[in-house]
Design a protein around this ligand. Sequence first.
Ligand code: ZN
Ligand code: ZN
Length: 276
Amino acid sequence: MLAVTLLGTGGPIPDPQRAGPSTLVSGGSEQYLVDAGRGVLMRLAAAGVGPAQLNAVLLTHLHSDHITDLNDVITTRWITTFEPSPLTIVGPAGTRRVVAGIGESLGPDIGYRIAHHDDLDYPPPVEVIEATEGEIYLGGDVRISCAPTDHRPVEPTVAFRFDYGGASVVAAGDTVPCDGLDRLCEGAQALVHTVIRKEVVSAIPIPRVLDTLDYHSSPAEAAQTAARAGMDTLVLTHYFPPPAAGDEDAYRALAAEHFDGTIEVGDDLHRVEVRP
Ligand SMILES: [Zn+2]
Ligand SMILES: [Zn+2]
């Protein structure tokens, strides 16, 4: 059984109810964080998991709203572990540069803490793996693989697949329907997909908002991807606009026109169990 916990379902616009995009995928005792948006460690704490327990952080892409709190994950893991526990960070090409930049920005803090704590004499250990397609070997029992997605002009971007005990989940990130995602979804049971309601967005006469239309999926497009792969469950997240209380059905109805399986629309900390 794999468990999916939506840690943050919001978008780039700060929302008092929704943290930034981030999803926890758990299999057995292993914990994988997909993206690290605003407030991720608060939501992770609410889910009963600390940064020291993470097996890896997997980044779908390097858009700021998906990585705002990666620095918090790196620092808090470092200061809450008592021997070097390298944080594995997997992401598309460019991840190494971003992580190096975060390390640079944390330079003063790293210096203060090493000077202050006798038992802390090393900087935050991180191990970066840049991935494009195929299996990613992290040494756990959960098998992880990735494939390229299409969020152009943002590139490269990837989706991740988790296989454990006969259950499989794909976490898509931001993308329009594409071959890479279809390949990854083949034979999997559940798809976690970010969505925007294009019929709402297209009525907002702000160019910067309209620009988001051509590189995200609508609930219908996410549903079509899940349906093509014959999946059982579609979990929608990273909603724009964020559904007001009681408004989740609109998202569900748009997806249900194209997908017969279970459609999950939830708030932060919504948890879905995926069984073989
Ligand atoms: Zn994005
Ligand atoms: Zn996004």
